[in-house]
Design a protein. Structure first.
Length: 147
């Protein structure tokens, strides 16, 4: 088996791995393998093939991956939970971290909630802003009135 065949096998393996993972990780090495295969076919020494494989792969990885990630993830929909951060909710059951109680409703769904400060208790009907999510609990803070 010559090195051209080896580089083409690496190319196919990288593409197959990319198809399986869809993580934009191995496709860059497939590009390096193509360049190395071309160099091998032209009779370049193995050390040059390896150097070009690594150089092209890392150049593609570091300079084109951020653009590709941005382009391919532009239509990415946040998960249900991620989309709640920053939104308002209404307290439907008093929130008291010390007692471990509290619920809010956001977009018609009920969630267990806790405050960002253990010393703050929020009454039923209070408007809160979702600051983060911890497991299955929303971490909320009372909405400050904007004057």
């Amino acid at each position: 088996m010559n090195f051209t065949t080896l580089w083409l096998i690496i190319f196919v393996a990288c593409i197959a791995l990319e198809i399986v993972s869809m993580g934009l990780t191995s496709v860059w090495f497939a590009g390096g393998a193509v360049i190395a295969a071309v160099c091998s076919a032209l009779g370049a020494p193995i050390w040059l093939q390896c150097v070009l494989f690594l150089a092209v792969s890392f150049v593609l990885l570091f300079f084109t991956r951020p653009v590709a990630v941005k382009y391919f993830n532009k239509d990415r929909v946040k998960t249900n939970a991620e989309s709640y951060v920053g939104k308002q909710a209404i307290v439907i059951s008093e929130i008291d971290n010390l007692q471990g109680i509290g619920q809010v409703t956001v977009e018609g769904k009920e969630w267990t909630a806790r405050t960002t400060d253990d010393h703050v208790t929020l009454p039923v009907g209070a408007v809160v802003v979702i600051k983060s999510i911890s497991g299955v609990k929303l971490i909320v803070e009372e909405k400050k009135n904007q004057l």
